[in-house]
Design a protein around this ligand. Structure first.
Ligand SMILES: NC(=O)c1ccc[n+]([C@@H]2O[C@H](COP(=O)([O-])OP(=O)(O)OC[C@H]3O[C@@H](n4cnc5c(N)ncnc54)[C@H](O)[C@@H]3O)[C@@H](O)[C@H]2O)c1
Length: 346
């Protein structure tokens, strides 16, 4: 199994699930936002099962230097990307290039070379729906973006282009593909550096400082535990009837951001307050936010019988525990130590 972006937040939980299954897993990750401790945690949670090879490098560079055919993998999970609106707005050129060119490189590699094509999952995003006002969002809904002069829409557009590429390779190049549109995904190992709301709130509550709530706090989102999400990802890929299709993956339980701040404080017994932050201070002038974003889960439920199981208070407690614990060391097999040191790939 190949996991791009496997040292990241969602990727490391996926790796953990695959290792528990007993799979041989190869991760390609440039550690731009991911980390070795994430992989060490995945390994230590699945002791003695499966095997892990870690290739430290940019995806496109690694694939072009590799000489390893796509057919040597049964499944490919493509998670490597510049993630989150804040990161995209801070580093737009690099992020657009990362999301578009790196995915193109992966599909070029998948479609070239001899042998059967691995079944491939593209991790897309609910951002693809843009600022449509219909609720909940269904997979075949029209999408609505703001103008190209507003930088935040570049994340949505880049992910939409990735979806087109994946679905075109399914139809025209024989790569069995599943597109998973992830809604807000939360849980242990997520960090707040790139504007992710729950780790930011949990860190503040643990530190006893005010929780920064953007805008009026009445915008709502649905938060799904990453450990539920990775079950959906593997089960979607394992079901041939899902290939060539797009699926929403997330929770359909909505909560406002102000209520989320209150819930975090209650669950963690924190006396922190709330600090309102205007959008222009958080993101700069002209930022457009969405009032709500909720997935219609009927398609995924009918296809694989999936629905989220872990409730938000449990996720908050586990995230708090993870943020206060120190990570274990990563176990390195002799075969992968050269790759780990970065010797084989830039
Ligand atoms: N976390 C969420 O709420 C969420 C929501 C919607 C979609 N997604 C999608 O899920 C996927 C994983 O997101 P995440 O939250 O785990 O983010 P993350 O930043 O933790 O993971 C991305 C990983 O990809 C790696 N990476 C980035 N560009 C790379 C490149 N060119 N070559 C090699 N490695 C590279 C990073 O180092 C990181 O480990 C992304 O595709 C993202 O768009 C996540």
């Amino acid at each position: 199994m190949l996991v791009t972006g496997g040292a990241g937040f969602v990727g490391s939980h996926l790796v953990e699930r695959l290792l528990r299954r007993g799979d041989a897993v190869t991760v390609i990750d440039d550690l731009s936002t991911g980390s070795r401790p994430n992989l060490a945690l995945a390994q230590s949670a699945a002791p003695g099962s499966g095997s892990l090879e870690f290739v430290h490098g940019r995806l496109s560079d690694t694939l072009s230097a590799w000489g390893r055919p796509a057919a040597s993998f049964a499944e490919v999970y493509h998670l490597a990307a510049a993630v989150g609106v804040k990161l995209i707005m801070q580093r737009p050129v690099e992020s657009i290039e990362n999301n578009v060119a790196e995915t193109a490189a992966l599909f070029r590699w998948l479609t070239s070379g001899p042998g059967p094509k691995p079944v491939t999952l593209l991790a897309s995003s609910s951002e693809v729906y843009g600022k449509g006002v219909k609720s909940p969002f269904s997979e075949d809904d029209d999408v609505l973006y703001g103008p190209t002069t507003v930088a935040r829409w570049s994340y949505a557009a880049s992910k939409a282009l990735d979806e087109h590429m994946a679905l075109a390779c399914h139809t025209h190049a024989g790569v069995p593909v599943v597109v998973a549109r992830l809604f807000n995904t939360v849980g242990p190992r997520q960090i707040g550096h790139y504007g992710m709301v729950l780790p930011t709130f949990v860190s503040a509550a643990l530190a006893g400082t005010d929780l920064p709530v953007y805008g009026d706090g009445r915008q709502s989102r649905c938060f799904c535990d990453v450990r539920d999400v990775v079950i959906a990802l593997t089960d979607l890929l394992a079901a041939p009837a899902c290939h060539g299709r797009v699926f929403n993956v997330g929770s359909n339980q909505s909560i406002t951001i102000a209520d989320l701040a209150g819930l975090v404080c209650r669950v963690l017994g924190s006396a922190s307050g709330i600090a309102p932050v205007p959008y222009r201070e958080a993101y700069g002038e002209g930022y457009e936010d969405l009032r709500q974003r909720q997935p219609d889960l009927s398609r995924i439920s009918a296809a694989i019988g999936w629905s989220p199981r872990i409730d938000l208070p449990s996720t908050i407690r586990d995230l708090a525990a993870a943020l206060t614990a120190s990570p274990p060391d990563m176990k390195v097999s002799p075969a992968s130590s050269a790759l780990l040191s970065g010797g084989a790939h830039p």
